[in-house]
Design a protein around this ligand. Structure first.
Ligand code: NAD
Ligand code: TYD
Length: 352
């Protein structure tokens, strides 16, 4: 038995592969195109581990995917592969639709052909787990109930629209072809190996490099933060016991404003690596022009996953954030490697 993990060299995918192989011996094939967001260094600890096989390639390459599925006797696909950064989707939406929509379509086609050739027992056991986001539900008012699985889709950014489209495709493959698909919609993740374009690693990186800490608008937007290890444990549980055709929202019941998060990071850095001049890193906070179409609040209602599959997060935000800051302080070489020329070009375009 083997699972195929797509996008497994990215932030959540690499955490998932490492956690999976730490928890059990079932082999993993990782398929990743190694875009700017994919880094093989994330999986370096698996070098020489016969349970792990890495293949560089795209989910849009149905022939390659078909070959991997048949060659490795795959029993489940976990699809993380995507373009994932909202700001990049605003400055250039096309790659989001090429990967997240057309890529997912080609992946589903390859999977459908493969599953059709399986015997009845293997077909019954096969799962396609599509990893998606709470951003498909749009934005919440301050006092509105958190997103439940029954909320309508109202995506506001090109990224969210592309993920919503992919979720609809996955649903259609269930309804039309009977593929055993499951969709998960998770809130904002944080933790090791997150590319420093997303809020938490960007703030840590900028703080240490004495750069401005850019807060979009008033900084009172709310996100529901989940430690990446908790997302991975939820996905393992869904793969094990989730019902095909169902969707599950994953969240940590951890709503924070952006400014609270940034101040918490500054306080941790003040304690762990004080600035030489004795000032707080908070002095670097700068309010910048707001993101267009910026969703004001996300929050997840996690009751379905808790009630039906018994999953709960293990990490509190305070300890998870401290672990994350420690990881970035201990892995400055990784950060230096990924903040390459391409990264610097992006930062110059985005923040001037
Ligand atoms: P990421 O950008 O860090 O990683 C994406 C990975 O996909 C990279 O390794 C990249 O090389 C790979 N990839 C891109 N195009 C590919 C293609 N055509 N074929 C194969 N691989 C390709 O993203 P992430 O934050 O790890 O997110 C993973 C998934 O989880 C995404 O689908 C995202 O929408 C979803 N998600 C993310 C969050 C979050 O907070 N980061 C929250 C909920 C859901
Ligand atoms: P981000 O990490 O990009 O995740 P998402 O847009 O998927 O929620 O951003 C998290 C929040 O932080 C979001 O409200 C936008 C905000 N933000 C800033 O204020 N400044 C920044 O430089 C970045 C990257 C994000």
């Amino acid at each position: 038995m083997t699972i195929l993990v797509t996008g497994g060299a990215g932030f959540i995918g690499s955490n998932f592969v490492l956690d999976w192989l730490a928890a059990n011996d079932e082999p993993v094939v990782t398929l990743d195109a190694l875009t700017y967001a994919g880094n093989l260094a994330n999986l370096a600890s698996l070098n020489g581990d016969s349970r792990h096989h890495f293949v560089r390639g795209s989910i849009g390459d149905a022939a390659l995917v078909g070959q991997l599925l048949r060659g490795q006797g795959v029993r489940a696909v976990v699809n993380f592969a995507a373009e994932s950064h909202v700001d990049r989707s605003i400055s250039g939406p096309a790659p989001f639709f090429e990967t997240n929509v057309m890529g997912t379509l080609h992946l589903l086609e390859a999977v459908r052909a493969y599953v059709a050739g399986l015997d009845e027992t293997k077909r019954q056991g096969f799962r396609f787990l599509h990893v998606s986001t709470d951003e498909v539900y749009g934005t919440l008012e301050r006092d509105e109930a958190p997103f439940a699985e029954t909320n309508p889709y109202k995506p506001n950014s090109p990224y969210a629209a592309s993920k919503a489209s992919s979720d609809h495709l996955v649903r259609a493959y269930r309804e039309t072809y009977g593929l055993a698909t499951i969709v998960t919609n998770c809130s904002n993740n944080y933790g090791p190996w997150q590319f420093p374009e997303k809020l938490i690693p960007l703030i840590i990186h900028n703080a240490l490099n004495r750069k401005d800490l850019p807060i979009y608008g008033d900084g009172l937007q709310v996100r529901d933060w989940l430690y990446v290890g908790d997302h991975c444990s939820a996905l393992r549980r869904v793969l094990e016991a989730g019902v095909p055709g169902e969707t599950y929202n994953i969240g940590g019941d951890n709503q924070k404003t952006n400014i609270e998060v940034v101040r918490a990071i500054c306080a941790l850095l003040d304690a762990k690596r004080p600035r030489a001049d004795g000032a707080s890193y908070a002095a670097q906070i700068t309010h910048v022009t707001d993101r267009p179409g910026h969703d004001r609040r996300y929050a997840i209602d996690p009751r379905k996953l808790a009630g039906e599959l018994g999953w709960r997060p293990a990490e509190a935000f305070e300890t998870g954030l401290a672990r994350t800051v420690d990881w970035y302080l201990a892995n400055e070489t990784w950060v230096a490697d990924v903040t390459s020329g391409a990264y610097r070009d992006w930062v110059a375009r985005q923040y001037g």
